[in-house]
Design a protein around this ligand. Structure first.
Ligand SMILES: [Cu+2]
Length: 245
C-alpha cells in the first residue's frame, strides 16, 4: 500500500519503483512488473482474507478440542491446483515477454537497425558504430571528473542493436531507463546482443551492474536518444579521418 501511495501522484499507472521507460521494450517490462503486483495483491488479499476469517470465526471458544479432520480431498486438490494456476499464469506472461525482449532483427541494415558495439573493460566503456566507420568513443578509466563519462547517441523510433563484449572480467551493461540490463561475459559467443526501440529523446545514465574490481562504481556512461537527423549529424562528426564514407 505504501508503494502504491508513494507513486499514486502520477497520472499513469503506478510504476512501483521502476523508472519511466524510454524504450518499447522497457514499457513491456514495466507492464509485466505491474501485472505481477496485481497478481501478488490478489493472492495476498485472498490469504489475508482467509487468515482474518479464521481468526474471527474460528477462535478458541472452550477447552474442548474441535473435531480433527484429515485428508479432505477437495481441499487437498484445491491446494495443488490453485498454486499451479498462479505459477502457470506468471510463467506464461514471463515467457511471452522474454521472447519479445530477446527478439533480434534477422538482417540489420544501416538506417533501419543501428548497431552499437559496446566494449567493457576495467574500468570504463568503449562504444563503436561498426556500420559507419566512426572513431570509437572511449571512456577514461578512473576519471575523477564525473562530467567525463563516455557518451554515445542513438536515434529515436528506430531499432538499435547492442553487441556486448568484455576485454577482461564479467561486467554488466545497465541503463536504468531501459529497465533492462545484460551481463557481459568475456569470450561468450552468444547471448551478448539485444535490441531496443527508443521512444523518448533525452540523456540517460548508464553504469556497470556487476562488481568487477576496485573502480567498478566509476564505470559510468551516458546514452543520448536523439532525432534521426541529429543522429546523422553525430555520426558525420565522429567519422574517422580518411574514411571513404
Ligand atoms: Cu564493470
Amino acid at each position: 500500500m505504501l508503494a502504491l501511495a508513494a507513486t499514486a501522484c502520477s497520472k499513469e499507472n503506478p510504476r512501483l519503483g521502476l523508472p519511466t521507460p524510454v524504450t518499447e521494450q522497457g514499457k513491456r517490462v514495466l507492464t509485466l512488473w505491474q501485472g505481477s503486483w496485481v497478481a501478488a495483491l490478489a493472492v495476498g488479499a485472498l490469504v489475508w482474507g482467509l487468515i482474518i476469517w479464521a481468526v474471527i470465526f474460528h477462535r478458541k471458544r472452550s477447552d474442548q478440542l474441535p473435531p480433527q479432520v484429515r485428508y479432505n480431498l477437495p481441499i487437498e486438490m484445491l491446494y495443488t491446483v490453485v498454486p499451479f494456476i498462479v505459477i502457470a499464469v506468471l510463467f506464461y506472461f514471463t515467457a511471452r515477454d522474454e521472447t519479445y525482449l530477446e527478439k533480434l532483427s534477422s538482417n540489420p541494415q544501416p538506417g533501419q537497425v543501428t548497431i552499437v558495439n559496446v566494449t567493457a573493460f576495467q574500468w570504463s566503456w568503449q562504444f563503436d558504430y561498426p556500420q559507419y566507420h566512426t572513431k570509437p568513443i572511449v571512456g577514461v578509466p578512473v576519471s575523477p571528473d564525473a562530467s567525463n563519462k563516455p557518451t554515445f547517441e542513438i536515434p529515436v523510433g528506430q531499432r538499435v542493436r547492442f553487441h556486448l563484449m568484455s576485454n577482461d572480467v564479467i561486467h554488466s551493461f545497465w541503463v536504468p531507463a531501459f529497465i533492462f540490463k545484460r551481463d557481459i561475459i568475456p569470450g561468450a559467443k552468444s547471448g551478448q546482443d539485444f535490441e531496443v526501440t527508443p521512444t523518448k529523446t533525452g540523456t540517460y545514465q548508464g553504469r556497470c551492474a556487476e562488481l568487477c574490481g576496485v573502480d567498478h562504481s566509476r564505470m559510468l556512461f551516458q546514452v543520448k536518444i536523439v532525432t534521426p537527423a541529429e543522429f546523422q549529424q553525430f555520426i558525420s562528426s565522429h567519422k574517422a579521418s580518411g574514411s571513404a564514407q
